[in-house]
Design a protein around this ligand. Structure first.
Ligand code: LLP
Length: 393
């Protein structure tokens, strides 16, 4: 902390590698590609570590594509998801040679065809179908129900595949679905799988062959004491049903979530008759999940056997919002100046951070082989308004 300052994100390279390998090795010899979902943590050092061990990537913007390329990843191992790809993004994806566009609507399919025809190339596509299953997760991160904006209805997908089959600028590669995030039960995945396998059968009967099936991400991690999906068992259950079909997965959280912690310092202790507040230097702009989803993250003291005032603490940040908390009602012994580790913060931590209240975004560090590396400098105050322009009058 003396070296890097506080607050700070810290990641373990070994954990990131082991988590990706757990997915990869569960497939054995079966054709597959484990595409890490870049949105979970897009630091180029994280992407580089994963590229070196053979990961593919699930990207949702041109920014994420350029990050993967800057990190030494291969475009040919990238699948491009997202509901609103722009013409510029499609063109860049085609130029770079991405593996597949996961198409989310008829309009988007038309746009991809138009850009590909302008470049006189064939765009590799996969239709993202919405299997209408309930992922039974937080409503903000549930994506596979009819009421969600994602994918096309399974019944409409056939029409899109026929359109794609007739176009000389579109090349059908796969079928895709992603039903939500932080699933802790495997059954919605297997229900979705049965539905998409039914569609693949229908497509086959119409002369449309699929090379790969992309089952998206969504494997939940342990934040508290929940039980979650056994990755090897999940993949074994998938492989039992899919014959020789190549499988793509897009895990994000399961690769980096528990490989990272957010470190923050206790600035002040403030107690009144009802409440004990520990005011910390980290805030909702640094780690949004508690404020946004009421998400639970375990809190551990960085120094073992810390002596201090034992109470039921709410950990609150310096931001002028009542929702600015990182944890509530935690029994801890705290003193001013203590450091706390907010656990399971490697996924959707830094990537969802902002400059709200003109707070510079924090530094990131990676621990690798008993040493540590700065992988993102802390923003400076100057960085906050470097791109802003005064009007002269
Ligand atoms: N593929 C697609 C198409 C996705 O939309 C997502 C996540 C993933 C893969 C990766 O899902 P994962 O394996 O990480 O569950 N900000 C929220 C999570 C949003 C997830 C969005 N999509 C959170 O902090 O919980």
């Amino acid at each position: 902390m003396d070296r890097y300052g506080s607050p700070l994100y810290v990641y373990s390279r070994t954990d990131i590698e082991n988590n990706w390998r757990e997915f990869d090795s569960a497939f054995g010899d079966h054709p597959h590609l484990v595409c890490y979902a870049v949105k979970a943590n897009s630091n180029i050092a994280v992407l580089n570590v994963l590229a070196k061990i053979g990961a593919g990537f699930d990207i949702v913007s041109i920014g994420e594509l350029e990050r993967v390329l800057a990190a030494g990843g291969q475009a040919s191992n990238c699948v491009f998801s997202g509901v609103a790809k722009t013409q510029v993004e499609i063109k860049r994806g085609l130029e770079a040679g991405i593996r597949c566009f996961n198409v989310e609507s008829a309009a988007e399919l038309g746009r991809i065809e138009q850009v590909a025809s302008g470049m006189n190339v064939q765009a590799p596509i996969s239709i993202r179908v919405n299997p209408n299953v309930d992922a039974k997760t937080h409503p903000y991160i549930s994506t596979g129900l009819k009421e969600n904006k994602f994918g096309v209805d399974i019944d409409d997908a056939l029409v899109l595949y026929k359109t794609a089959q007739q176009s000389k600028y579109l090349s059908i590669k796969g079928l895709d679905c992603h039903i939500g995030s932080q699933l802790t039960d495997v059954s919605p995945f297997l229900d979705a799988l049965d539905k998409v396998l039914g569609l693949i059968e229908i497509l086959k009967n119409q002369g449309i062959d699929i090379e790969h099936l992309d089952l998206g991400g969504g494997v939940g991690i342990v934040y508290d004491d929940e039980t979650t999906i056994d990755i090897a068992a999940y993949i074994a259950a998938v492989l039992k049903k899919v014959g020789n079909l190549e499988i793509i997965l897009e895990p994000g959280r399961a690769i980096v979530g528990n490989a990272g912690a957010f470190i923050t310092k206790v600035e002040f202790l403030k107690r009144n008759s009802d409440k004990s507040f520990a005011i910390i230097d980290g805030a909702m702009n640094d780690l949004l999940r508690p404020a946004f989803y009421n998400a639970y993250h375990q809190v551990l003291p960085v120094r073992e056997n810390a002596q201090g005032i034992e109470s039921n603490w709410d950990l609150v940040g310096p931001i002028c919002e009542t929702g600015d908390f990182l944890a509530k009602d935690r029994v801890l012994s705290l003193s001013e100046g203590d450091y706390l580790a907010i656990m399971s913060a490697g996924a959707y931590g830094f990537t969802m951070s902002s400059n709200y209240n003109s707070r510079p975004r924090v530094a990131e560090v990676m621990v690798s082989d008993n040493t540590h590396h700065l992988i993102r400098k802390r923003e400076t105050i100057q960085d906050l308004f470097n791109t802003e322009i005064l009007i002269n009058d």
